[in-house]
Design a protein around this ligand. Structure first.
Ligand SMILES: NC(=O)c1ccc[n+]([C@@H]2O[C@H](COP(=O)([O-])OP(=O)(O)OC[C@H]3O[C@@H](n4cnc5c(N)ncnc54)[C@H](O)[C@@H]3O)[C@@H](O)[C@H]2O)c1
Ligand SMILES: [Zn+2]
Length: 355
């Protein structure tokens, strides 16, 4: 994949860095198509077009928000709209939104006329530290997530924390869990700083923390563009987390968000790390206390284990009956592909329910 230019908050705002970049020769014949969902049209588009003069003459494309709309049908409507406008090979799609918009817009760009350029301007915390970076693009099919997609890198990722001012609280929390994960696998000092911040009465996340998390993701992706090895570090918390999320979607009226499920999943995988690969009890307890203040821990019954295990095994089970997880030897020292037995997984799920 071609390298992505990452514009990060510094003394100069990321949007003014983007404005300068788009005024360079390389972009002189570009025509821009800004993709938003209905929330980012309302809350983010005015700031973008007022600060980035080069985008004032853009065409606009809007989709409905929500995971249900990350489909091939919506992608097809966007291709048709691009053809009608018309877009050409010099056109650039500008994805202004969370991971749903960047996954969709990147997917549309990857296939349109065999690939046109695109720029990600993430507006959620998840987008800024994860989804907008790394060139994974995809749509869902028949409700199954990310089944059809490409590895196709954005030309530019522009991270502007100002967009977070209107983000709903629950979306914000989702991003915080992913940030905890990123620092747990990638940077012990930043993890310690974040834990301290989260202990405050009104925790705030500084642009420097967003920048550090985005840089960790960028560095990991650079060494493993196609998700064949160390990028699996970023799956910490996700093996149990996905099962916890699926279980909650099926059984709870107000289901857990992806981020909340990953938060609980990280506690389970930290427990496995402690049992199997030397993760310290103190660090385990610290994570447990932090996560349980952010989200209610589950209350599984023994009879739920079969269903939970089926979700874990669905895509992670190896022919010899083991499940492979990313565990932590220590904060900042992730170990990928650690074999874990079904009994150990069940033990971890039950441990989550101990008050
Ligand atoms: N490609 C990757 O590497 C990758 C990584 C992680 C997640 N993802 C994907 O990202 C998606 C989740 O992304 P997300 O968590 O950013 O959610 P999202 O894009 O669905 O956005 C969440 C909600 O917040 C709203 N919103 C976004 N920005 C806003 C703002 N600034 N102010 C007010 N409202 C705003 C959206 O309209 C939406 O309703 C999933 O589809 C997931 O599969 C992809
Ligand atoms: Zn995640």
């Amino acid at each position: 994949m071609k390298p992505t230019k990452l514009l990060l908050p510094s003394r100069q705002s990321s949007l003014s860095q983007l404005n300068r970049l788009l005024n360079t020769e390389k972009y002189s014949s570009a025509k821009y198509f800004i993709l938003t969902d209905e929330n980012t049209s309302e809350h983010c588009l005015p700031l973008l077009v007022s600060e980035v003069e080069a985008l004032q003459e853009s065409e606009f494309l809007e989709i409905e928000c929500g995971e249900d709309n990350k489909t091939l049908e919506i992608a097809s409507q966007l291709w048709q709209a691009l053809l009608d406008m018309p877009a050409d090979r010099q056109s650039i799609i500008v994805n202004l939104g969370g991971g749903m918009v960047s996954d969709m817009g990147g997917f549309v760009a990857a296939a349109f006329k065999r690939g046109i350029r695109y720029i990600n301007i993430p507006t959620t915390l998840v987008g800024m530290i994860d989804a907008a970076i790394g060139g994974k693009t995809a749509v869902n099919i028949e409700g199954i997530k990310n089944q059809i997609g490409f590895f196709y890198a954005p030309e530019v990722v522009c991270i502007e924390p100002k967009f977070l001012e209107t983000l709903p609280q629950r979306e914000w929390m989702s991003g915080l869990f992913e940030m905890i994960k990123t620092f747990m696998v990638g940077d012990a000092a930043m993890y310690a700083e974040l834990c301290e911040k989260l202990g405050d009465e009104n925790p705030t996340i500084s642009p420097s923390m967003i920048r550090a998390a985005a840089q960790i993701k960028t560095a990991i992706v650079k060494t493993d563009q196609y998700d064949l090895g160390i990028r699996k570090m970023l799956n910490f918390g996700h093996t149990l987390g996905h099962a916890i999320e699926s279980f909650s979607l099926r059984h709870h009226e107000n289901p857990l968000s992806h981020g909340e499920a990953v938060g609980i999943g990280m506690v389970g995988e930290a427990y496995l790390s402690m049992k199997k690969v030397g993760f310290s009890t103190d660090e385990y307890n610290k994570l447990l206390n932090m996560v349980s203040q952010m989200v209610a821990m589950p209350n599984y019954k023994l009879t739920d284990l079969e269903e939970l295990l089926a979700y874990v095994a669905a895509d992670k089970k190896n022919s010899n009956g083991n499940i492979y997880c990313t565990l932590l030897h220590d904060v900042g020292e992730a170990m990928i592909d650690v074999a874990v037995s079904e009994n150990e997984i069940c033990d971890a799920f039950m441990q989550l329910c101990k008050k």
